[in-house]
Design a binder for this molecule. Structure first.
Ligand SMILES: [Zn+2]
Length: 90
């Protein structure tokens, strides 16, 4: 299975013959992205990954272009907690 010099974390689904980072399968999220140019329907990718030789896992969420966040898993969980604590806006 892995063609890398270290063991994969349990959550890794990467094909290491093609990819030199540990990675969970990308999840696609339909979103309405907003910004200075207005709102638009698009899709964000969410990826859990860890670079080889690194002990820190990260989460990338974004469109690969103008919208993105790329932080440690711990930071992502803090952000998620803040979002969950925000009041309803309807
Ligand atoms: Zn791996």
């Amino acid at each position: 299975m892995p063609a890398v010099a270290e063991n994969c974390p349990e959550w890794c689904e990467a094909d290491h013959t093609e990819l030199e980072r540990h990675r969970r399968a990308i999840v696609t999220i339909p979103v309405i992205a907003t910004g200075t140019e207005g709102a638009s329907a698009t899709e964000f990718m969410a990826e859990l990954y860890r670079e080889l030789g690194n002990s820190i896992s990260s989460i990338y969420i974004g469109d690969g272009q103008s919208h993105q966040i790329d932080v440690t898993v711990e930071s992502a969980r803090r952000i998620a907690g803040v979002i969950r604590s925000m009041p309803p806006t309807t």
